[in-house]
Ligand binder design. Structure first.
Ligand SMILES: [Zn+2]
Length: 327
């Protein structure tokens, strides 16, 4: 559990100290020049418009606070509210909507929306390294998210297509006992499947697990082995051939998107999916130690800590196009 009555969640100064300790464990680092030795705190003074938490770098002469270079930069939202938002988003399995945050934090809906999107950005993980390898099993599957054709007005339905039309395709790879990695694809066909698998899985030494969809059979040769579960024939598990892990992930994603967010516009779906990937990859697990089940992996608090570590270096995409990027 994360305890939202902790002082860092109600006191802006303590929230800043918490973030400073997290971001600068060995003392302040100037984000402009990387200087570490001559950073001096400047006393806050409302009359002179000196913000709390300001430092001056003796090496380059520039000023900074702990939020410079993070997704919290240039916001007037008190830092303790940012910390509460990060913790809530990390602790609830299906996510927290902007409406919920708006009510819980006493900020406008627009501010809450802005916060959730920035926090999702902090949660976005780089797709470095390959899943699988060493004989591990990786499950692959796709799902479609978005309005159902049959629920649309007759004049707006697309009669030529079934299933995926008007929806977004989310393709996910899950290493059993390991991480998930999801990609938005226009559709899943043999060509893009091959590219995405090669870029994300150590194919040669990985056992691939999929359902019976035809396109997956066309990539079998890339893998150490390929087990197919024929859902069409009512088959769901055969030995260790199953796709229940990735299907469980999709069911959580869909319940989150339908139940919590109600509607996700196509241009933002990638961020929501990144949020669900992040929570899955920092989940709490139960492992057997000497015959007893024990908790391992992440708690709500350590998951939030990981999200806070992701706040750095991701602000550039929010800068207006005419603003010069710092190097
Ligand atoms: Zn400097």
């Amino acid at each position: 559990m994360c305890d939202l009555t902790k002082p860092e969640f109600t006191d802006e100064e303590l929230a800043r100290k918490r973030l400073e300790a997290l971001r600068w464990p060995n003392g302040p680092v100037c984000p402009h020049c990387g200087g570490i030795d001559r950073n001096y705190p400047i006393k806050a003074d409302a009359k002179k418009k000196i913000r709390p938490g300001l430092y001056k770098c003796g090496d380059c002469g520039q000023q900074f606070t702990v939020t410079v270079g993070t997704v919290f930069e240039n916001s007037r939202i008190p830092l303790n509210k940012w910390l509460v938002a990060v913790h809530l988003m990390c602790a609830s399995k299906k996510g927290v909507s902007s409406h919920q945050l708006h009510r819980m934090l006493g900020v406008t809906y627009k501010t809450a929306w802005f916060m959730t999107h920035r926090i999702r950005e902090a949660m976005r993980e780089d797709s470095t390294g390959l899943l699988g390898g060493g004989g591990k099993a990786v499950e692959a599957d796709e799902t479609y998210i978005g309005g159902k054709e049959k629920n649309k007005h007759r004049s707006k339905r697309n009669k030529q297509h079934i299933g995926g039309v008007g929806k977004q395709c989310v393709f996910s790879l899950v290493e059993r006992g390991g991480k998930v990695r999801s990609k938005l694809l226009p559709t899943v066909n043999a060509r893009n499947l091959k590219a995405v698998l090669k870029a994300n899985v150590d194919t040669k030494t990985t056992r691939l697990m999929t359902d019976g969809e035809g396109q997956y059979r066309l990539v079998s040769h890339l893998f150490a082995s390929h087990e197919v579960v024929n859902h069409g024939d009512g088959e769901y598990v055969r030995g260790d051939a199953y796709t229940n892990t990735v299907e469980g992930y999709f069911s959580l994603l869909k319940r989150g998107i339908v139940g919590t967010f109600h509607h996700v516009s196509p241009q933002h779906l990638g961020r929501y999916v990144a949020e669900f990937d992040f929570r899955y990859n920092h989940r709490e697990m139960r492992v057997k130690v000497d015959g007893k089940l024990e908790k391992s992996g992440y708690s709500d608090a350590t998951r939030a800590l990981m999200a806070l570590k992701g706040i750095e270096g991701k602000r550039l995409m929010y800068k207006p196009a005419d603003q010069k990027q710092e190097v």
